[in-house]
Design a protein around this ligand. Structure first.
Ligand SMILES: *[C@@H]1O[C@H](CO)[C@@H](O)[C@H](O)[C@H]1NC(C)=O
Ligand SMILES: *[C@@H]1O[C@H](CO)[C@@H](O)[C@H](O)[C@H]1NC(C)=O
Ligand SMILES: *[C@@H]1O[C@H](CO)[C@@H](O)[C@H](O)[C@H]1NC(C)=O
Ligand SMILES: *[C@@H]1O[C@H](CO)[C@@H](O)[C@H](O)[C@H]1NC(C)=O
Ligand SMILES: *[C@@H]1O[C@H](CO)[C@@H](O)[C@H](O)[C@H]1NC(C)=O
Length: 336
């Protein structure tokens, strides 16, 4: 062999080796994503509880105060947790809007179906439309799952809604081990979530856990064309602290009263996820744990509806902003 021939041969071998390694990685990745995924945290800041060290919840919250509202009251106040004095695994609080009757109905018929270990409650504000008020009263009488506060249901009142949910948990459902805050245009893989909480985390609960899709170095939007525009007086820094995307946030029991206390004592800021899981969480010193591959993105949700669950692997939550049709389709693709 001449020197150039040897060089060519070596290059060819190198390419073959690289090709094999790359191929193996693809195959490994495929099998890896189809086996159960654990929250991979190198140095977890939360701890899991057992029967001997459950959370002790101290409630010190003024019932009729909601941030800067001094005359807050629940206009509708469901009590699904009263029957579970010994505790229940999960309570789901879903931000909804008075007019979103269909979203609530789809959720009740799909992932939000009531089971013993999970209770689902919808959070709304007030509507000034008499016909809608009537319809909501009917709905609440039938399903008993509507939580309503005496603030105007408006975009910039989102933080009232989220903090109201935490207030309700602390006063009316403190025995829930985990609290999921989500929106009414989302899919939650509730079978998998219960399995995840009880098996991969702990049926006894956890301490110091906030987990979600973590957002880092997000800039405060200053353009007045942005839906998320905030002025310098609303939020002065250029970047938000690390926070959780608001469409699915999982809290452990102990974190909610502490976040509530922080939120009750800080000035109102209308972007609820930034405020609660960013500013308040930083104040109480709780780290946000990313759920990474356990959150379904748009691409994987398309794969799921076309090819079934095996094509995407385990997940806990769907992507946000789903149509009702897509919620139904995704739910149908998830086996019991
Ligand atoms: C309860 O909260 C009030 C007002 O925030 C505070 O003055 C008081 O010390 C708190 N009590 C306990 C036991 O933490
Ligand atoms: C509410 O329920 C009552 C009786 O069940 C019914 O007559 C009425 O039409 C309902 N109103 C709305 C707005 O659905
Ligand atoms: C009570 O709260 C409402 C907003 O829900 C407000 O419009 C009203 O002025 C408040 N009343 C008092 C007495 O603070
Ligand atoms: C809620 O939003 C409305 C409209 O944006 C505003 O007028 C009201 O003051 C806000 N706050 C409460 C507590 O309702
Ligand atoms: C939009 O923002 C620019 C500066 O960023 C400002 O000059 C302009 O007046 C604003 N327009 C409106 C309608 O607020």
């Amino acid at each position: 062999m001449t020197a150039t021939q040897r060089d060519k041969f070596d290059m060819l071998t190198l390419h073959k080796v690289l090709f094999c390694i790359f191929g193996c990685m693809l195959v490994y990745d495929y099998y890896n994503t189809t086996t159960p995924v654990i929250v991979r945290v190198r140095d977890p800041k939360f701890s899991l509880l057992g029967p001997e060290n459950v959370n002790e919840i101290l409630v010190n919250d003024t019932y009729d105060q909601l941030i800067d509202m001094k005359n807050f009251s629940f206009l509708m106040n469901p009590q699904p947790c009263l029957d579970y004095p010994a505790g229940l695994l999960l309570v789901v609080i879903i931000a909804s809007r008075p007019t979103n009757f269909k979203n609530r109905m789809v959720i009740r018929n799909t992932w939000g179906r009531s089971v013993d270990s999970t209770k689902v409650v919808f959070m709304i504000g007030e509507s000034s439309d008499v016909a809608i008020v009537q319809k909501i009263q009917n709905e609440s009488q039938i399903y008993g799952d509507i939580m309503q506060g005496n603030f105007v249901d408006a975009y910039r009142n989102m933080t009232y809604k989220h903090v109201m949910g935490m207030k309700w948990v602390v006063h009316h459902c403190p025995m829930a081990k985990y609290i999921l805050k989500t929106d009414d245009d989302m899919v939650v893989n509730s079978h998998e979530l219960r399995r995840f909480l009880a098996k991969e985390l702990s049926p006894w609960g956890a301490k110091g856990l906030i987990t979600c899709q973590v957002l880092e170095h997000a800039a405060a939007q200053r353009s007045n064309r942005s839906k998320w525009r905030v002025s310098i007086t609303e939020f002065s820094a250029q970047y938000y602290p690390t926070y959780c995307a608001g469409w699915a946030i999982l809290y452990s029991q102990d974190v909610v009263p502490r976040l509530l206390t922080a939120a009750q004592n800080l000035p109102y800021f209308w972007i609820d996820d930034v405020h609660i899981t960013g500013i308040c969480a930083q104040m109480i010193g709780v780290t946000r744990t990313p759920l990474s591959s356990l959150i379904l993105n748009k691409r994987r949700s398309n794969l799921l509806t076309m090819f079934g669950l095996d094509s995407v692997g385990p997940f806990l939550f769907g992507p946000p902003d789903l149509s009702l049709d897509t919620i139904n389709k995704i739910w149908k693709a998830i086996p019991e």
